[in-house]
Write a new protein. Structure first.
Lengths: 224, 226
C-alpha cells in the first residue's frame, strides 16, 4: 500500500513537478480556447451549407462530414503533422492541432447544429422571410438562436469531448497538461505527476459533467 | 520530377505500399479485435452498473455516480497513460493492448451506464407499478418490462457513443499497440515515406465509414416522432 501511495500520490514529487504541470494546464486552457471556436465556426458553416437544397452541395457535404467523422482524430493529427512535411508543407505542432481539430470537431459540431436547424419548424423560416427578412437574416436572427437552444446539451457535451481531446496534442509534443505530466513522470520514474494531471482534468471538467448529466436526463424524460 | 510526381511518389508510392500493406492489414484486424473487446466489456459493465443503480442503495449509487463522472471527465489518453506508464512504478506492468482495452472499456462503461440509467428513469413510474401489481418481482419487472423499453430508447445515443469510443483504439499507438495507426507510423519511420499513413487512413475509412453510415441509419430508424 505504501509503495502504491509513493508511486501515485507522492506529494514530494507532485510539488517538484507543480510548476511545469501548471504551465501545461495553461497551455491546455488556451489550446481549448483556440480549437473550440475553430470547430464551432467550421460546424456553423457546414450546418448552414446543409440547408442548401442543391445536390451539388449536399453530396460533397455528406462525404466531407462522414469522412472526418470516420477518421480518428489522432490519425488525422499524425497525418497532418508527420505526413504533410513530405508534401513540402512544414506545419508546427499548434498548426497541426488547429487544422486537425478544425476538420474533425467541425464535422461533429456541424452534425449537431444541422440537427438543431432541422428541429426548428419550416414555417418559422417562411414566416420570417415573409416579413421581408433575407434568407441570411432569417437564419441569423430566427432559426439559429432556436436551433442552438434546442441542441444545447449536445453542444456542451461535444465541447467537453473537445477539451478532453486536446490531450492528444501531447503526441505531437505540444506541451499541454498530459505532455508535461509525461515529461515529469519519465524524469522521476514516478506516476504521481500523471495522477496529478488526472486530478486537474477532473477538477476542471467535473462541473461540466454534472451539468450535462442533469440536462441529458431532462431531455430524455421530455421525449416521452 | 514535377511536384505532382513528387506528391504521388510520397503519398501513393506503390513499392512502399506493397511492402507495408500486410502490416497495415494485421493492424486492421488488431483494431477490430481491440474494438470488439472494448464494446463487449464496456457495454456489459455499463448495463450492470445501471441495473445495480436501480436497486437504489444510497452509498452504492453515490459510488456509481462518482465512477461514472470520473470516467466521463478524464481524457481517455490520460487513463491509458496512467495504466501503462504509471502502474510499472507500483511494480505492476501492463501491456499496451490491455491498457488501451481497460481504459476505453471504463470510458464506454461510464457513458453506457449514464445512457441506460437515463433510459430506465424515462420509463413512466406507472409501468413499474402496473407490472409489480401483476405479481412480477423487481428483477423480472426490470428485465421484461422496463429494460426492453429503456434500451429501445437508448439505441441511437448508445450507438453514436460506442462508435466514438471505438475510434479511440487509435490511441493504442501511443502505448506501442501495433493497430492500424501504430503499424502505419512504424512503416513511415522505416521507409521514410508517408505512404503507410495514407494506407492507414484508408483502412480507417474502410472500417469506419460503414459504421458511421450505420449510426446515421440507426438514428433515423429509431427517431422519436415529434
Amino acid at each position: 500500500m505504501q509503495d502504491f501511495l509513493n508511486a501515485f500520490f507522492s506529494l514530494d514529487i507532485i510539488s517538484q513537478a507543480w510548476p511545469i504541470l501548471l504551465q501545461g494546464f495553461w497551455v491546455t486552457l488556451w489550446l481549448s480556447a483556440l480549437v473550440i471556436p475553430l470547430g464551432l465556426i467550421s460546424g456553423t458553416v457546414l450546418a448552414l451549407l446543409s440547408t442548401v437544397r442543391s445536390r451539388w452541395v449536399a453530396w460533397p457535404l455528406w462525404a466531407w462530414v462522414d469522412f472526418f467523422r470516420a477518421i480518428p482524430p489522432l490519425v488525422l493529427l499524425v497525418f497532418i503533422y508527420a505526413g504533410l512535411p513530405f508534401a513540402g508543407f512544414e506545419v508546427s505542432a499548434v498548426g497541426a492541432v488547429a487544422l486537425g481539430f478544425f476538420l474533425n470537431t467541425g464535422a461533429y459540431y456541424g452534425e449537431i447544429l444541422r440537427a438543431g436547424i432541422e428541429s426548428v419548424p419550416r414555417g418559422q423560416l417562411e414566416a420570417a422571410r415573409s416579413t421581408g427578412l433575407t434568407r441570411w437574416q432569417a437564419m441569423q436572427h430566427v432559426i439559429l438562436p432556436q436551433a442552438v437552444r434546442n441542441v444545447l446539451p449536445d453542444l456542451i457535451s461535444n465541447t467537453l469531448e473537445v477539451v478532453k481531446l486536446t490531450s492528444i496534442a501531447s503526441v505531437v509534443a505540444l506541451p499541454e497538461l498530459l505532455f508535461q505530466a509525461r515529461q515529469a513522470q519519465s524524469v522521476t520514474y514516478n506516476a504521481s505527476p500523471i495522477m496529478a494531471a488526472a486530478i486537474i482534468y477532473f477538477i476542471l471538467l467535473w462541473p461540466v459533467v454534472r451539468l450535462l448529466s442533469r440536462l441529458e436526463n431532462r431531455q430524455l424524460a421530455a421525449r416521452r | 520530377m514535377t511536384s505532382w510526381d513528387r506528391f504521388t511518389d510520397s503519398f501513393f508510392n506503390a513499392r512502399v505500399a506493397a511492402e507495408y500493406l500486410p502490416k497495415i492489414i494485421d493492424g486492421f484486424w488488431l483494431t477490430i479485435a481491440l474494438a470488439l473487446c472494448i464494446i463487449a466489456t464496456g457495454l456489459t459493465a455499463g448495463l450492470a452498473l445501471a441495473v445495480i443503480r436501480s436497486f437504489s442503495i444510497r452509498p452504492l449509487n453515490w459510488l456509481i455516480i462518482f465512477v461514472v463522472d470520473l470516467f466521463r471527465a478524464l481524457p481517455p489518453l490520460v487513463i491509458i497513460a496512467l495504466l501503462y506508464f504509471g502502474l510499472p512504478s507500483a511494480g505492476l506492468t501492463m501491456d499496451g493492448f490491455t491498457a488501451t482495452w481497460l481504459s476505453l472499456s471504463f470510458v464506454l462503461m461510464a457513458f453506457t451506464e449514464e445512457i441506460f440509467w437515463a433510459g430506465i428513469t424515462a420509463v413512466p413510474r406507472g409501468q413499474w407499478e402496473a407490472a409489480r401489481s401483476t405479481g412480477l418481482g423487481f428483477l423480472p419487472t426490470l428485465g421484461h418490462v422496463v429494460l426492453p423499453q429503456a434500451i429501445r430508447m437508448t439505441i441511437p445515443p448508445l450507438t453514436n457513443r460506442t462508435i466514438a469510443i471505438t475510434k479511440g483504439t487509435a490511441l493504442g499507438s501511443v502505448v506501442a499497440v501495433s493497430e492500424i495507426l501504430g503499424a502505419a507510423q512504424a512503416g513511415v519511420s522505416f521507409s521514410f515515406n508517408p505512404t503507410p499513413l495514407t494506407l492507414g487512413a484508408l483502412a480507417y475509412v474502410v472500417l469506419f465509414v460503414p459504421v458511421v453510415i450505420f449510426g446515421r441509419w440507426i438514428e433515423t430508424r429509431f427517431a422519436w416522432k415529434r
